[in-house]
Design a protein around this ligand. Structure first.
Ligand SMILES: C[S@@+](CC[C@H](N)C(=O)[O-])C[C@H]1O[C@@H](n2cnc3c(N)ncnc32)[C@H](O)[C@@H]1O
Length: 220
């Protein structure tokens, strides 16, 4: 991570924020400076790592991809660069979504559709809509737990590819591995694997908050 402290980067406040309402408030005040004051200053590479794992050498997809907790749209920007052309974003914060709406690639909006919704509950996402589901920074302290994955599976087509970044400390605390393993043995998902990747360009090896476990699997 950068030489700035977690407090200077806004991380202390983010990790202390719990639940949808508090997150809506936090991101309303953070949206305008999130990229210049956090992504750049921290050396954040999380979105790039998730996209690399998701595309795994091929960006050929036969349908739309959903960016979960899309924020200002940094994942969408990376997917668009690789030629993924139909991307929807979903997030609780209208201010973060407004930043994502302003993102363009070769003069076209990066996102086809931006959906304001609380992902801790049932959303208006259609059944069987997506061939891919990606996320960076949303499966973390005080935001989304494993239960949200059930809602995402409802919106995914059979065979849809998932690459969900999960903060490593949060992963341990909520037992994402057991939760996902259970879905695998119940037949809801297949081809489950976890990829350990850095969240920042320069990471402390021993700090789980600086690492992500990217859960990669297919909807069954
Ligand atoms: C750390 S940011 C990550 C944004 C982006 N994916 C990135 O990597 O920069 C977390 C995002 O989760 C969103 N969020 C927080 N609580 C949420 C909820 N209950 N439902 C949907 N989105 C939520 C926030 O508004 C914020 O945009």
């Amino acid at each position: 991570m950068s030489r700035k402290s977690a407090a200077e980067l806004g991380l202390d406040k983010a990790y202390a924020t719990e639940g949808p309402e508090a997150n809506r408030e936090l991101y309303a005040s953070w949206a305008a400076t999130y990229e210049s004051g956090f992504i750049v200053d921290s050396g954040y590479v999380y979105h790039q790592e998730v996209v690399k794992v998701f595309c795994d050498g091929s960006s050929e997809l036969s349908g739309p991809v959903l960016d979960v907790g899309c924020g200002t749209g940094v994942i969408g920007g990376e997917l668009a660069k690789l030629g993924v052309s139909v991307i929807d974003g979903i997030d609780i914060s209208p201010e973060m979504l407004a930043e994502a709406a302003a993102k363009n690639h070769h003069g076209r909006p990066v996102y086809r559709q931006l959906i304001e919704a609380d992902l801790t509950g049932r959303t208006e996402l259609a059944d069987n809509a997506y061939v891919g589901v990606v996320s960076s920074g949303a499966f973390t302290h005080g935001i989304l737990g494993p239960e949200t994955i059930s809602e995402l599976l409802r919106a995914a087509r059979p065979g849809a590819r998932f690459a969900l970044g999960i903060n490593s400390a949060h992963f341990e605390k909520f037992g994402f591995d057991q939760w996902l393993e259970q879905r695998r043995s119940d037949g809801h998902i297949a081809k489950l694997e976890f990829k350990l990747r850095p969240i920042y360009g320069d990471v402390d090896e021993d700090d789980p908050n600086q690492w992500t476990r990217i859960a990669v699997f297919a909807a069954a």
